[in-house]
Write a protein that binds this ligand. Structure first.
Ligand code: ATP
Ligand code: LTN
Length: 326
């Protein structure tokens, strides 16, 4: 029997998860369980790199864990745990930090964007190194993420190669798994910028916990483009194109098919159809979310963390040996 390849991904417990996170990353977490050995992590240490309130972090962790299970992460097939429960992530991060170049870290787009708001602190600067450690501690082969994480994945690959070259082949060089449709869902109020948890306007995004009325109202008021035809053209029609991507992600039909069907329907009818697809697509997730108990969620997180610690300790034994610590 050939061994299954391993997938790892992380998601921050900051703010309320939105359909961009779901389409860009979360849905792939669920799908990949069919084919890969899958490990998912609520990256609470990463969430501390921007100003936050400890109470919100505690709540955010519980909500995110519950939401990931509601989406369909199956504890029989996947590990799902909180990053800080497995101390080897931080330990490996230190070692990888000795291989990371300052210049490369200074060029990280996310660092440049977030340090404007969060201040220039070391945690935010070192963020991508910790992300590399998350992936490499499990010697993962593939990492499902949205488009915005490509640069961080590139750094992870560089660090893996640098480590292997210097200390001997230990890490697979991981590939990003980026969806063809929905890798960069954009804001409903500004279709040229990314849909983001940190956007001050809640109307800019649909949360997975929004009621059907809220979803319909946000999609109906989404900023659209001049003209009246429903066509897919990211440059000329960013608003309509974004809605077509969201529609296709939830409905399952291709963008071409949907654009052909709604071409002359008018924006109003088109938006109602998009809203309906999102409401229907989120219903099972919302039902599962409501029916999970805190105890169930807690149990999964604890059991998985225990297994993840064992696996991570195995990698650290090899790393310590390779770098000369033992
Ligand atoms: P923020 O937008 O506040 O920076 P975030 O939502 O990007 O936060 P995470 O929660 O860590 O940060 O993202 C989880 C996953 O969702 C990542 O794989 C990321 O690439 C993906 N993702 C985030 N926003 C989008 C988006 N608008 N479209 C597609 N994928 C996205
Ligand atoms: N940086 C990612 C979250 C993240 C991650 C990871 C993703 C932290 N560690 C490991 C994949 C693999 C983000 O901001 N979305």
């Amino acid at each position: 029997m050939t061994e299954k390849k391993r997938v790892f991904s992380g998601i921050q417990p900051t703010g309320n998860i939105h359909i961009g996170n779901y389409i860009g990353a979360g849905r792939n977490y669920v799908r990949l369980q069919e084919e890969y050995e899958t490990i998912y992590c609520v990256v609470d240490l990463h969430a501390m790199t921007v100003p936050y309130d400890p109470k919100d972090l505690r709540e955010g962790k519980a909500i995110m864990a519950r939401m990931l299970l509601a989406m369909g992460i199956d504890p029989e097939r996947s590990l799902l745990y909180h990053q800080s429960d497995v101390p080897q992530h931080a330990e490996l991060s230190w070692i990888l930090g000795t291989l990371a170049g300052m210049g490369q870290l200074e060029r990280m787009t996310q660092y440049k964007e977030k340090s404007d708001k969060a201040g220039q602190q070391f945690g935010l600067f070192a963020y991508p190194v910790l992300m590399a450690a998350d992936i490499l501690i499990h010697r993962a082969h593939a990492v499902p993420v949205g488009d915005d994480q490509t640069q961080h994945l590139e750094l992870t690959r560089d660090l893996a190669e640098r480590f292997n070259h210097r200390f001997g082949d230990l890490f697979p060089v991981p590939e990003a798994i980026i969806p063809e449709v929905g890798a960069r869902v954009t804001s409903l109020t500004d279709p040229t910028s990314k849909m983001s948890k940190s956007d001050p306007s809640p109307k800019s995004r649909v949360h997975l916990t929004d009621t059907p009325d809220e979803i319909a109202s946000k999609i109906r008021s989404a900023v659209t483009d001049a003209g009246s035809e429903v066509v897919y053209d990211r440059e000329a029609k960013p608003g309509i194109s974004n809605l077509l991507e969201i529609f296709s992600a939830f409905d399952g039909r291709s963008i071409e098919e949907l654009a052909a069907e709604y071409r002359d329907a008018g924006y109003g009818i088109f938006k109602n159809a998009v809203a309906e697809a999102v409401i229907d697509g989120l219903r099972p997730v919302q039902e599962a979310y409501a029916s999970l108990t805190d105890e169930e969620v807690h149990r999964v997180m604890e059991t998985s963390a225990e297994k993840a610690r064992e696996m991570a300790a195995g990698t650290m034994r090899l790393v310590r040996e390779a770098v000369g610590l033992t």
